[in-house]
Design a protein around this ligand. Structure first.
Ligand SMILES: [Fe+2]
Length: 516
C-alpha cells in the first residue's frame, strides 16, 4: 500500500487558468463539462451579474491555446436559469480531448478541458464517487481525481450537494469543526435555497479544479432532494409546515439541472434522471435514480411485500430491456444505494455498534437498513433472477451512499449463485466509522469491525470503514479492474492519497480477484 503526498500524475495536471480582468461580469463559479457523447459534450459556466440576461461567447478547440477552433457561438445567461449557461457543443470527434472557454467583453472564464466518449475503443478509464458533504471536510478527493492519470470522465453517484442544515436533526451527523458552514445555514427547501447551496459548492477551489479538468456524468441520491427522499416525500419533509413535496422536489431538480453540466435525457420531463451511456461496444452504463421513484421505506412485513419498488415500473422495465438488449462486453449498473446484502442478524460487538453507526442496522434495531436494496428485497430478487434466467453475463454494480469502501459479489439468493460483482465507493467527505465513533482511523475497533463484516458476509471480499476517496474503474474487453484510492484526511486541505486495494474481474468470472 504505497502512500504518497504527490498526486498520481502531477505531469498531466494543469493549474486552473486565472480569469483575466473583467468589465461588468465575472465567471466566479468556474467552468464545467458533462454528459459527453461520441460527438458532443455539454459545456457549462455561470455569469455573476445584476443584468436580466447577458450574451456570452464560447469556443471549443483541439488545443489548450484555443487556436485550432472546432466550434464557437453565443449563448445567453438569463436570470430564469440563475445565469447559468449550457452549451451542447456538437460536431466533435470520438475519444478526443478538447479545450473550451467562455467570454463576455473583456472578461474571460478559465479554460476547461474535456473529452468525448470513445467509439469502439479498446480501453476506458473513469473514476466514480459520491457523498460530498461540504461542512464535513475539504474536497481533497476531487482534487486528486482531477489530477489522476488518463481518466475519460467522472461518474458521480449523487449527494453532489447536501441539502442539510448546519445544525441538523438527530438523524444526521453534524459537520466537522473546520470552518466550512453550509450556505444557507438552514436546510434547503426553496429554489433560492438550493441555488445558494450549489453556488457555495461551485465556489470551492477543488470542485472548480475537478470540473475544469474532467467531464462529469451524474445521477442523484437523496441529498440533492432531501434526506431519505422517496417518491412522495422525505424523512424531514413535513407537508403541513413545508408545503407540497412535489414543489420542493421540482425546485431541487430545477437547481440541479441549472448548476450541473448535464443534458436532461427527456427535456420535457425534468423528473427523469435515469439514462444509459454507451462506451463504444465496450460497456453499457445504466444510471439509476433510486430515490425519486421509490416506495416509502418500510419495515417488515410491509418491506417484503412483492410489489414494493425502488425503481418504479417505468425505470425497471427500461433497465430490464436495456440488460436484455446490451451486446457490449460489460453491463455496468449504477445504483447509489448498495445492491447486495449489508444486513446481518445479531452481530457481535464491535460490529453491532459499527453497523448501527453506519445506519446499516435500522436505527431502532428492528431490521435491515431499509434505505438500501435490503429494504426492497422482492425487487432485488426479481433483478438477480432476471440476470440468472436470461444468462446475462459480465454485469457490474457500482454503488455508494453508505460512506465506506466495499468489494462484493452479487448472489442470486434463490439459486445461491453469483450473478455479478458490486464495487462500493467511500464518501468524498461524509463521516464514516472513525468520525462517527470519535476514534483514530486505524483504531482496533475499526479493524475488528471490518474483519467481522467480511466474516459475516460470504459475498463480501473486502471492506474499509474509515477512509474517504474514490474508485477508479479500468475496463477492457477481457477484464474490469477497480482501484480504491483513499485520501489522508478531509479535515485540512492536503494532497496525500494512497491505493487502498485493487481487484479484477475477468470476463465470464462473476468473481473478484484481489491484485497488487
Ligand atoms: Fe451520502
Amino acid at each position: 500500500m504505497a502512500s504518497t503526498s504527490a498526486p498520481p500524475s502531477s505531469r498531466l495536471y494543469r493549474r486552473p487558468t486565472a480569469a483575466r480582468p473583467h468589465v461588468g461580469v465575472r465567471f466566479g463559479h468556474g467552468v464545467a463539462s458533462g454528459d459527453p457523447l461520441t460527438d458532443r459534450v455539454v459545456l457549462w459556466t455561470r455569469v455573476t451579474t445584476d443584468q436580466l440576461s447577458v450574451p456570452v461567447g464560447w469556443v471549443i478547440a483541439r488545443d489548450e491555446a484555443l487556436t485550432d477552433v472546432v466550434a464557437r457561438g453565443t449563448a445567453i445567461a438569463h436570470a430564469d436559469d440563475d445565469h447559468t449557461v449550457h452549451v451542447d457543443a456538437g460536431g466533435l470527434e470520438p475519444g478526443t480531448t478538447y479545450y473550451y472557454r467562455f467570454t463576455r467583453g473583456a472578461s474571460f472564464s478559465p479554460i476547461g478541458r474535456t473529452k468525448t466518449l470513445p467509439d469502439g475503443g479498446e480501453r476506458v478509464r473513469f473514476a466514480f464517487c459520491s457523498c460530498a458533504k461540504y461542512n464535513a471536510g475539504f474536497f481533497n478527493a476531487y482534487a486528486r481525481i482531477a489530477e489522476h492519470e488518463q481518466l475519460d470522465f467522472l461518474l458521480h453517484l449523487g449527494d453532489y450537494i447536501y441539502e442539510a442544515s448546519n445544525t441538523p436533526p438527530k438523524s444526521q451527523t453534524p459537520g466537522a469543526d473546520i470552518g466550512r458552514p453550509f450556505e444557507p445555514l438552514e436546510e434547503c427547501r426553496t429554489l433560492a435555497d438550493y441555488r445558494r447551496r450549489y453556488a457555495q459548492y461551485r465556489r470551492d477551489p477543488d470542485v472548480q479544479r475537478l470540473h475544469q479538468q474532467l467531464p462529469m456524468i451524474a445521477t442523484l441520491d437523496d441529498h440533492e432532494l432531501a434526506d431519505g427522499a422517496w417518491a412522495g416525500g422525505s424523512t424531514e419533509h413535513n407537508v403541513a409546515e413545508h408545503g407540497p413535496w412535489a414543489e420542493r422536489r421540482d425546485a431541487a431538480l430545477r437547481a440541479r439541472w441549472e448548476w450541473l453540466p448535464a443534458r436532461p435525457p427527456e427535456p420535457w420531463d425534468r423528473t427523469r434522471v435515469f439514462r444509459d451511456v454507451r462506451l463504444g461496444g465496450l460497456a453499457d452504463i445504466m444510471l439509476l435514480d433510486i430515490r425519486s421513484r421509490r416506495d416509502e421505506p418500510a419495515r417488515d412485513p410491509e418491506m417484503s411485500e412483492p410489489g414494493r419498488t425502488m425503481l418504479g415500473a417505468e425505470q425497471r422495465d427500461w433497465l430490464l430491456r436495456g440488460l436484455d438488449a446490451s451486446d457490449s462486453a460489460w453491463r455496468i449498473v449504477v445504483s447509489p444505494s448498495v445492491f447486495t446484502r449489508t444486513w446481518c442478524e445479531s452481530p457481535a460487538q464491535p460490529l453491532h455498534t459499527a453497523l448501527a453507526k453506519l445506519k446499516l442496522i435500522d436505527e431502532d434495531d428492528e431490521g435491515p437498513d431499509h434505505d438500501q436494496w435490503d429494504g426492497y428485497p422482492a425487487e432485488r430478487a426479481a433483478l438477480t433472477g432476471h440476470l440468472r434466467e436470461r444468462g446475462i453475463e459480465d454485469v457490474v454494480f457500482l454503488s455508494a451512499d453508505i460512506h465506506v469502501s466495499v468489494a462484493a459479489e452479487v448472489v442470486d439468493e434463490a439459486s445461491g449463485r453469483p450473478v455479478a460483482v458490486e464495487l462500493t465507493a467511500p464518501s468524498l467527505t461524509s463521516q464514516n466509522l472513525d468520525e462517527k465513533l470519535g476514534v483514530a482511523p486505524r483504531d482496533p475497533a475499526i479493524l475488528r469491525s471490518e474483519e467481522a463484516y467480511v466474516a459475516a458476509h460470504d459475498h463480501v471480499g473486502w471492506c474499509e470503514m474509515a477512509s474517504h476517496g474514490y474508485v477508479v474503474i479500468d475496463i477492457d474487453a477481457d477484464r474490469i479492474r477497480s482501484e480504491w484510492w483513499h485520501v489522508d484526511t478531509v479535515l485540512e486541505r492536503t494532497g496525500g492519497v494512497s491505493l487502498a486495494a485493487a481487484f479484477e474481474t475477468p470476463r465470464g468470472a462473476r468473481q473478484l480477484r484481489r491484485v497488487s
